[in-house]
Ligand binder design. Structure first.
Ligand SMILES: Nc1nc2c(ncn2[C@@H]2O[C@H](COP(=O)(O)OP(=O)(O)OP(=O)(O)O)[C@@H](O)[C@H]2O)c(=O)[nH]1
Ligand SMILES: [Mg+2]
Length: 309
């Protein structure tokens, strides 16, 4: 397997889309080969800008991302999108329009779109999201956009998983501001009011400014009309400015550390959990379940001993 991993990683570095897809599947599984791949690509990572984009269902996230992709491509950048659990109560996931929109990018070597299921992970964000981003980064994609539907825990989980957090909203009567998960409004680096063509857009913006009054300095509100591509240039400029501030203030180091900790904790959890479960399963099959807690207690003790050595 070692040789084939080497070969796979080489192809990833060269930007071979098939190899990237394969590497992501392996990395997502967090298997031993996943670690092998991550180890080999490490030296090609650490520079790409990772953007977390979240917002309630139906606000226009996919439309906006499509516009961002097109604009970044014009700037000569390779863009990747990781859509985390794209089942939304609004569109039920990959809506026909979404698919057609995104298909346009399928033959473009400079665009990579991948969906990740959150199934099987305890947190709402797939455990392997940051690792998958690393594969894409090693393949030369920058920026990498992580899209989550802000309908549950995922919008909160995106904090600590990206360098720049974008919250997308749309003009409404305002109940939605109260309904947003506590913390996401404050944590967002940029707030986009999409569908600014709707008549109540300006009033909504003022209401949002009032809601944010305490830390308005740090918050940039950008108005967009994704459906016709209005405001996209402004949004990209705002993202670039935020990135610059991150690096100038040193905040980027803190965010990177937080992401690393998250990534590693996911890896450790999965790896230890898996081997412990294998052992426990064997015990149950071989001996029946009596004495199970004793086995678990002893195994955990052994693990702790090794770690604390
Ligand atoms: N009026 C108006 N409609 C828009 C705009 N941008 C997107 N839409 C429409 O809003 C609907 C939802 O857009 P999507 O991009 O699928 O929204 P989403 O946030 O990705 O939705 P989910 O993935 O289901 O959460 C679609 O019918 C879009 O055409 C806009 O700027 N103005
Ligand atoms: Mg969508």
């Amino acid at each position: 397997m070692k040789n084939s991993v080497n070969e796979l990683v080489n192809r990833v570095i060269q930007g071979d889309k098939k190899a990237i897809a394969r590497a992501i599947t392996i990395v997502e599984s967090l298997s031993d080969d996943a670690l092998e791949i991550l180890e080999k690509i490490e030296k090609y990572t650490g520079k790409a800008h990772i953007i977390g984009l979240t917002g309630p269902p139906g606000v226009g996230k996919s439309t906006l991302i499509d516009r961002l992709i097109r604009r970044y491509r014009k700037m000569g950048k390779k863009v990747a999108v990781i859509a985390v659990d794209p089942t939304s109560p609004y569109t039920g996931g990959a809506l026909l329009g979404d698919r057609i929109r995104m298909q346009r990018h399928a033959t473009d070597e400079g665009v990579f779109i991948r969906s990740l299921a959150t199934r099987g992970s305890i947190g709402a964000l797939s455990r392997a999201t940051i690792q998958v981003a690393k594969v894409l980064e090693a393949a030369g994609y920058d920026p990498i956009i992580i899209e989550t539907v802000g309908a549950g825990q995922a919008d909160i989980d995106i904090i600590g998983s990206a360098h720049t957090i974008i919250l997308v909203l749309m003009p409404s009567l305002g109940d939605d501001i109260q309904a947003l998960k506590a913390g996401i409004l404050e944590a967002a680096d940029i707030i986009v009011i999409n569908k600014s063509d709707l008549p109540q857009a300006e009033a909504y913006k003022r209401m949002l400014e009032v809601a944010l009054s305490e830390d308005i300095d740090h918050k940039k509100i950008v108005m967009t009309e994704a459906i016709v591509g209005k405001g996209i240039e402004d949004l990209i400029k705002t993202i670039e400015e935020h990135k610059k501030t991150l690096y100038e203030s040193g905040e980027i180091e803190r965010r990177k550390r937080e992401m690393l900790l998250r990534e590693i904790s996911g890896l450790i959890e999965i790896t230890i959990l898996r081997s412990l479960m294998r052992k426990v399963e064997r015990e149950i099959i071989e001996k029946s379940s009596s004495g199970l807690y004793k086995t678990i207690k002893e195994e955990l003790k052994k693990i702790k001993k090794i770690i604390e050595k």
